[in-house]
Design a protein. Sequence first.
Length: 596
Amino acid sequence: MMLEMAGDGAGRGKLLTFTRAATNELKEKVAEHPEALESPSTIHSFAISTILANPQASGLPEPLRIADDWEWDELVRVHLKDLVGCDLKSIKRARAEMASNWESLEPTFDPNLPEEIRNRFSGIWERHRLVFGYSLLAELPYRLLQALEDHPDLRLGGWEVMVVDEYQDLNLCDISLLNQISKRGRCLVAVGDDDQSIYSFRRAHPKGIQRFVEDDYPGAADYTLSISHRCGSKILDWARHVIEGLQCRPERPKLKPASHCPPGEARYLRFKSGVAEAQGVARLVDWLMRSKGIAPEDIAVLFRTNHNNAWSTPLQQELQKLEIPVINPDEVSQMLSEPSNRRLLAVARLLVDRNDSLAWWTILELTRGIGPKVRDHFYDRALSAPATFAAQLLSEYAEEFPDLLPASRNKVLTAIRPVLELIGKVDISGAGLGESGWGTWLAERAGDFGGCEDRFHDLLVDLDEEVDRSEGLGRFLSQIQPVGKDLRTGRAAQAVRLMTMASSKGLTVRAAIVVGVEQGIIPYPDSNPDEERRLLYVAMTRSTDFLYLTWAGTRTGPTARTGTERVVTGRNRSPLLVHSPVGSEPADDYLATIGA
């Protein structure tokens, strides 16, 4: 790990990191020094707050409205498919290509995306996002970079030092953004580990931190850290074996455990089948809790991928059989897809902004009997006016939609009228929150707004502990998805966490169990072999006391197709561990030995 500094002076600091898991881990540490550092945030959150503090500087539609995952998947993506005249896979490719351009600051082209679709998408998307008034989370750092380049007087805040954790995860856009900030006289402190660079999918590369001193900030101080305060010696030795196998890895001092770190337990367990693996992992978790006194929130079960919940579902089922509290990694996404919860969010959005086009579109989408032709009617007219979707809808509502067919007219009126009457009665500017926050306020009024699930009601209330109510209802609503996931997968949930290896970045637990560490999965086919090695290294170094890697001799069911189109009868250990200092051993023998 390296720490570099650029700039002069000292003062209150702003702490940034890339992953929300890393942000949560840092919050407790930063809370001990509130006089020195502000509460940490992700780079995307920093971009949002800075853009909001500098209206009209970013070129984004205003007010800033970020489409969440459901709005993109169920509304925007589907409509763009129809407008461009292609399939959903092509829209996915076009969006990914566009995001890659933002991240790399240079044109990149997907060879599987036809040029005519690329061109149509580019033109249609720009008009579409103006009509509906939305922005995408992935574009925010790029838009902030442009604003910094174009506006020398851009307001950044009262802090003097910016500390950037996980610097190796930044792409060229992020790095350029920080460079612009440093040119404004702010001190920059970068902390990172190129061995843990695993985000090539968003154009991050280990060279980003390797070139910090020599190329980006010549003369900056360079301090190499060689003591690990997390992992026990056995765990660290095993992880070092994996990462030191990297080709062309820069030389550095050998990473050693701190004196207070225990030796730790490190095992590579072979199960006969994928079913036996899920059952054995549950028994192992049960043993760690009963015999070693490890709290469930200090145990993480990691997997390489989780398409269609293929890995999390069987693990969750086996853990629940033993009455072990476990987190469903997709619980918040499921809640935000439930119609009653989604309608509540749309009404709340309209309380904040009566002209929120995505919210009105959601109301129409959730109303039975209103189809794409009604959506297209308002969109086409808004495009011609020009106007926003909401402005066109409300304008025609005043005349009771004279140009709609009678059946559609009645359904749209029935959908729109009660919402307008409701938001006309509620004045959020004078809302008395008392000791509670916006989550409790919204949960208590959910019945008036159409109701919601009990679990969503509870989530809204829980969010009040994490979201600053002074930022307003609009900001609260935009935090439900990311912060809600944090609450449902963080330590506060007091449950075993199931997550992908990549999403565990920044996490520290007493025990980590990494499943499916076998040929065809780790490394994953057609992936960058160096990054696959770094990804396994990241997963292995999450734990302080216990590290278990598991693999299965055979697989059936959903996990059998992970990494291959064919269901093969036999599996082999991961080629990354063939010569490892920790050998593979029969899982049943080990579990019997420890009494699990």
